[in-house]
Design a protein around this ligand. Structure first.
Ligand code: PLP
Length: 395
């Protein structure tokens, strides 16, 4: 019996436990302090009524002989795949139904997709990054090359000609930086990937936060992307499904490597290792895409977007450099006065009772930066920004 020794190469992540420890210490010392949490990466608003209604109806169906559903298709029910297909069509991306695979969320599929690739591929991963991309590749022992995201490139790294890559991770709008690629920039990535015969794994979990016209929500808005990309999306942030679990992955028919269809491989993988998302959850997910569902979800998103706007306006007023906020629930700010990420964390907690996330926890290039999230209430976010202004205003 031999274990997968690559697990020993994973670094234990102490980020959120260290934050929790510091917050607990603070609360013990200041039992009456009114803490404001702007480090939350989870949504806080409940499922919308249209979704709850569809969810309840489907649960009741499961309790009747005529409405009962047993094992469903591994790749998802057509009623939901069709809803996703229409959603893509609304931003002019045409997809055949067979390209769309329903999942229990983006995290699982981002990890599971690696079943399709050999272990000796070279993987390009941004730094800072959503840690799942890195850890899932470390578990398989793949060679990793870091893509430097930094102040100079506005945390939107571009391909370096001459750098060899087989698998490329891109996330836009980005977690943790909130930065969003333009179509022109994504077109450069598509061109680079095609030249290298590489595959782009595109994480669009935050696409619903894109507000500015002309910014891409899907890599498939770029010509030629279907020949070199797989896209992961999620209802977690779009519709508050973090605890309900549903997402979708698009593997285009056109994506072929070594003469083999990746869509066919993914179907084979899913039908072997996955038994689909539960029927009531898929009914609830389909309700998100109805006109009423969309409008109700948009109202929730609007709250987060207004929070992000409020934070962005505050940082602009204070003259602090940041990315994100406009098309993303995340704000990635430069720590003032040359503080490190953890120094600013302590400073903000002690002096203003605000909890955020140190940027260094997402990779070495995050040192000196700090992530704020828009998932608290409007009132708490506004209150936090008033405290920030009082703390950091120069005059
Ligand atoms: N991708 C990114 C970039 C994320 O930030 C997250 C969650 O925070 C996920 C994927 C996970 O999404 P899901 O809840 O669908 O698994």
């Amino acid at each position: 019996m031999k274990l997968n020794q690559h697990y020993q190469e994973l670094q234990e992540s102490y980020l959120f436990s260290d934050i929790a420890k510091k917050v607990a210490d603070y609360q013990q010392k200041h039992p009456t302090a009114d803490l404001i949490r702007l480090g939350i990466g989870d949504v806080t608003r409940p499922l919308v009524p249209n979704v709850v209604e569809a969810f309840e109806k489907a649960v009741k169906e499961q309790g009747t002989p005529e409405g009962f559903h047993g094992y469903g298709p591994e790749q998802g029910y057509d009623f939901l795949r069709k809803a996703v297909q229409d959603y893509y069509a609304s931003f002019e991306v045409e997809l055949p139904l067979e390209d769309i695979f329903i999942s229990d969320g983006a995290k699982s599929d981002v990890g599971n997709i690696l079943d399709l690739f050999a272990k000796d591929n070279r993987v390009l991963i941004p730094n800072p990054v959503y840690p799942v991309y890195l850890d899932t590749n470390l578990m398989d022992g793949r060679e990793i090359v870091y893509l430097n995201a930094n102040l100079e490139n506005g945390f939107l790294p571009m391909p370096e000609q001459g750098e060899k890559a087989d698998i490329i991770y891109l996330c836009s709008p980005n977690n943790p930086t909130g930065a969003v690629y333009t179509k022109k920039q994504l077109a450069q990535w598509v061109e680079y990937a095609r030249k290298q015969d590489a595959v782009i794994l595109f994480d669009a979990a935050y696409e619903a936060f894109v507000r500015e016209a002309g910014l891409p929500r899907s890599i498939f808005e770029i010509e030629g992307a279907k020949e070199c990309a797989i896209e992961f999306c999620s209802l977690s942030k779009t519709a508050g499904f973090t605890g309900t679990r549903c997402g979708y992955t698009v593997v285009p028919e056109e994506l072929v490597r070594e003469g083999v269809s990746l869509r066919k491989m993914w179907l084979r993988r899913q039908t072997t290792k996955f038994n689909g998302v539960s029927y009531p959850v898929q009914r609830a997910a389909a309700a998100v895409f109805t006109p009423e569902g969309m409008e109700q979800c948009r109202e929730n998103l609007r709250v987060y977007q207004e929070n992000a706007q409020c934070m962005a306006a505050t940082l602009e007023e204070l003259g602090i450099w940041f990315t994100g906020g406009k098309n993303s629930p995340y704000i990635w700010m430069k720590c003032p006065e040359g503080m490190t990420s953890w120094e600013f964390f302590d400073f903000l907690l002690e002096k203003a009772g605000i909890v955020g996330t140190p940027g260094s926890g997402f990779g070495s290039n995050g040192e000196g930066f700090f992530r704020l999230t828009a998932f608290n209430t409007k009132e708490k976010t506004q209150q936090a920004m008033e405290r920030l202004k009082a703390l950091l205003r120069k005059d």
